[in-house]
Design a protein around this ligand. Structure first.
Ligand code: ADP
Ligand code: ADP
Length: 226
C-alpha cells in the first residue's frame, strides 16, 4: 500500500516527441487506477516514469511523500507485470517466481514461503516444476502475476497484462486480478485500451489522449451520462 503523487510530470524524448504533458494525479492507498486511451497516448511512458525506467523531463513524482525522481528502479518498491509475461523460458515456474527475490538476497526459507503462498493464491501449486512452454496462456499470465506478488511491493504496475489472452480468458483473469487486489490491497496502476476492463476494475479511470489527461473519475463519472 502506498499513496502516489504525479505532480505535473512530463516526458519529452530525445527526438523532441512530447509523450506526456503535465500529468497531474494523486493516488490514494489501495486504489486501483486504470489508464485508458489509444495507442501512442503516453500510457506506457507514464508507467515507465513511475517505475524509474524512464527519466522524468519535468515535474515531480512522490511515493508516500518522498520525492522519487532520482531513485533507481531497484530501490523503488514497485513490481511490474507486462503484456508479454517476460518469463524466463529455461526456468521452472518456481524459479521464475523466486528469481527476483534471489537477486535481492532474500533468505531461501522466506523465498520458499512467499512462492508457495503466491502459488496457492493463483492456483499454481501443481505447476511449480513446469517450464513456461508447458503452460497455457492464462497460466503463464498467473506466473507473471506471481512474480509481482512475491516481491511484496507497495505498488503494482500492470501494462496491458491481459491483451495477449483470448476474450474468454480475459474476462476470467480480469475477475482474478480484481479479487487479488481485494485481498492484497496493493496500490495498482493498470494500463489498457479496453474500456470494459477499465469500467469493471478501476477505482478511478484516467483517460489520456496525445499525452494529455482528458478526464479523471470513477467509472460511473467517466462513462455514464449525467
Ligand atoms: P501508449 O503506451 O499509450 O501506447 P507510449 O507511451 O508508448 O504510448 O508512447 C507515447 C508517445 O511517445 C508516442 O508518440 C510514441 O511514439 C513516443 N515514444 C514512446 N517511446 C519512445 C522513445 N523511446 N523514443 C521516442 N519516442 C517514444
Ligand atoms: P523479476 O523479473 O523476477 O521481477 P527483478 O525484479 O530482479 O526480477 O528484475 C529483473 C530486472 O528488471 C532488474 O534489472 C530490475 O532492475 C528490472 N526491474 C524489475 N522490476 C522493475 C521495476 N518495477 N521497475 C524497474 N525495473 C525493474
Amino acid at each position: 500500500m502506498a499513496s502516489l503523487v504525479l505532480d505535473n510530470i512530463s516526458k519529452v524524448y530525445d527526438n523532441k516527441v512530447t509523450a506526456v504533458s503535465n500529468f497531474h494525479l494523486q493516488v490514494e492507498d489501495e486504489e486501483f487506477i486504470v489508464f485508458v486511451g489509444p495507442s501512442g497516448c503516453g500510457k506506457s511512458t507514464t508507467l515507465r516514469m513511475i517505475a524509474g525506467l524512464e527519466e522524468i523531463s519535468g515535474g515531480d513524482f512522490f511515493v508516500d511523500g518522498k520525492r522519487m525522481n532520482d531513485v533507481t528502479p531497484k530501490e523503488r518498491d514497485i513490481a511490474m507485470v507486462f503484456q508479454n509475461y517476460a518469463l524466463y523460458p529455461h526456468m521452472t515456474v518456481y524459479e521464475n517466481m523466486a528469481f527476483g527475490l534471489k537477486l535481492r538476497k532474500v533468505p531461501k526459507k522466506e523465498i520458499d514461503r512467499r512462492v508457495n503462498e503466491a502459488a496457492a493464491i493463483l492456483g499454481l501449486e501443481s505447476y511449480l516444476k513446469r517450464k513456461p512452454k508447458a503452460l497455457s496462456g492464462g497460466q503463464r499470465q498467473r506466473v507473471a502475476l506471481g512474480r509481482a506478488i512475491v516481491r511484496d511491493a507497495k505498488i503494482f504496475l500492470m501494462d496491458e497484462p491481459l491483451s495477449n489472452l483470448d476474450s474468454k480468458l480475459r474476462v476470467q483473469m480480469r475477475a482474478e486480478i480484481a479479487k487479488l487486489h481485494q485481498r492484497l490491497k496493493t496500490t495498482t496502476i493498470y494500463v489498457t485500451h479496453d474500456q470494459t476492463e477499465a469500467m469493471t476494475m478501476a477505482s478511478r479511470i484516467v483517460i489520456m489522449k496525445d499525452g494529455v489527461v482528458q478526464q479523471i473519475g470513477t467509472p460511473k463519472e467517466v462513462y455514464e451520462e449525467p
